[in-house]
Design a protein around this ligand. Structure first.
Ligand SMILES: Nc1nc2c(c(=O)[nH]1)N[C@H]1C(S)=C(S)[C@@H](COP(=O)(O)OP(=O)(O)OC[C@H]3O[C@@H](n4cnc5c(N)ncnc54)[C@H](O)[C@@H]3O)O[C@H]1N2
Ligand code: MOO
Length: 432
């Protein structure tokens, strides 16, 4: 059988995901975190919307000493300095009024004198009134000192955030400060996970004929790091019928992506291909020329994609990083051409290839590039646990000092999404 290359499979996955991608939606801010902006975000009004004080102290006009304008009594809090919500009449030359950080300052203010640079003394000429004196060495009387002018961060209509940015905590804070309640986003792709295998147990020490599950704990977290949301996890045995009904449930739930684990090979015992055939699926990728992970399967059924991850734990994760990431990126709004882009770095030690196909070799990150981690056979997790990326190694291997393509693992800083933001491949520290 002649297998598809990983690059071809990635392009095919990107195109298929682009066809299935749903429309952008307006969503409340807390639902937008981690999603991609579908449109630019502008400032609806100037930021700050009023000129405010950057210090606790006094708004003053002209040279001191200044007559302290008493506050109108504040009915709710009894505070003696202006709260950020107060509005004042204009100051006249020689007058001062107490302010706190963030207070809108009265019109006519020339600067703010911070509290530790001024002192109040009784006004000898007018009993009951106070004069504000500035410390002789203060620089706070320079015009504009400690004022945050209205619009100094943004004018009304300024572009604050570009479409395509991931809604990080900082992006959400920017949008909230500007006054937005909702954002237009590409919704996070909805994923369901179906794990096969009678021999797979989910707790305790595996006995003879058993293995501890490697996927139920890791795949939803990996999907999350890749920008998707796993909405259901199911376990089925090895029977084709059970897998068919589980896939049918996933299709009925209108999940964007159904991930299955195990059963991808071509023996009598393997349920995935028969199940897909029985559901009338269109097979898009039937094996990829990579090790580990070559039996992986990608199919389209109705409005969903099914990605069959091989059961060997490292093979399953190689397929998820190699193809699953591309699907999730594109479903989440990335340009398909960006999503299939590769990151390059330097091999600081020789990287051995596989006998056949492209090897996905778990590598760690060193300051000058990447190096193998060992314990990297298809059934092993020990090397993967300390790896930062899969290096894509041709059969002849990669010599130390040569360039190599890598698939950074999504949960590492500067990880793998192609779409900007904290996981953005384009902006990641992997790119030199
Ligand atoms: N005759 C052949 N046998 C195999 C071939 C082949 O080409 N011809 N390919 C091998 C390769 S490569 C891989 S990868 C696996 C693919 O396996 P399947 O996707 O069919 O998965 P299973 O047979 O169900 O399991 C394989 C292996 O992985 C273990 N497994 C399964 N699920 C889990 C899980 N959730 N957590 C941990 N480990 C799991 C399972 O116990 C098996 O040991 O096929 C090879 N064989
Ligand atoms: O996908 Mo298998 O190694 O190639 O475990």
């Amino acid at each position: 059988m002649s297998l598809t290359t990983l690059a071809e499979a990635r392009r095919c996955a990107a195109d298929a995901a682009a066809l299935l991608r749903g429309p952008a939606a307006q969503a409340p801010m807390h639902e937008c975190l981690g999603a991609m902006l579908a449109e630019d975000v502008h400032a609806p009004q100037p930021i700050p919307h009023a000129t405010t004080s950057a210090m606790d102290g006094w708004a003053v006009r002209g040279a001191g000493p200044w007559l302290l304008i008493p506050e109108a009594p504040e009915p709710r809090t009894g505070r003696t300095a202006l709260s950020p919500a107060d509005q004042r009449p204009a100051l006249r030359v020689g007058e001062a009024v107490a302010v706190v950080t963030g207070s809108p300052i009265p019109r006519g203010t020339t600067s703010v004198l911070r509290s530790e640079h001024g002192s109040l003394r009784p006004d000898a000429g007018a009993p009951g009134r106070e004069l504000l004196h500035a410390r002789s060495d203060t620089v706070d009387l320079e015009p504009g000192r400690h004022l945050r002018p209205a619009g100094s961060e943004a004018a009304a209509g300024d572009l604050l955030l570009r479409a395509g940015a991931t809604v990080t905590p900082a992006v959400a804070a920017m949008a909230a400060v500007a006054g937005h309640d909702t954002l237009r986003i590409h919704p996070r792709p909805r994923v369901r996970l179906i794990c096969t295998g009678e021999e797979v147990i989910t707790s305790g020490l595996p006995g003879p004929g058993q293995v501890r599950d490697a996927f139920e704990i890791s795949v939803p977290a990996a999907v999350e790091a890749m920008g998707g949301a796993t909405e259901g996890v199911e376990r089925v045995g090895d029977a084709v019928e059970a897998l068919i009904s589980s896939l049918q449930e996933g299709l009925a739930s209108r999940a964007d992506l159904l991930l299955t684990t195990g059963g991808t090979a071509r023996s009598e015992a393997d349920a995935l291909l028969p199940a897909l055939r029985s559901l009338g699926a269109e097979l898009l990728v039937d094996g990829v020329d990579m090790r580990p992970g070559h039996p992986m399967v990608l199919a389209r059924v109705g409005g969903s994609l099914v990605l069959g991850l091989p059961g060997n734990p490292l093979a399953g994760h190689a397929a998820l990083a190699g193809i699953g990431q591309v699907i999730l990126d594109v479903l989440a709004g990335a340009d398909p051409r960006d999503a299939v882009g590769m990151t390059k770095t330097i091999a600081v030690e020789p990287l051995p290839g596989a006998r056949r196909g492209q090897r996905l070799l778990p590598v760690e990150r060193r300051s000058a590039g990447v190096a193998p981690v060992g314990h990297d056979s298809p059934h092993m997790m020990r090397g993967f646990a300390v790896a930062a990326a899969f290096a894509l190694v041709p059969p002849e291997g990669v010599a130390a000092g040569e360039t190599v393509e890598v698939l950074p693992l999504a949960w590492h800083a500067g990880g793998t999404r192609s779409t900007g933001g904290p996981r953005g491949r384009r902006s990641s520290s992997w790119d030199g």
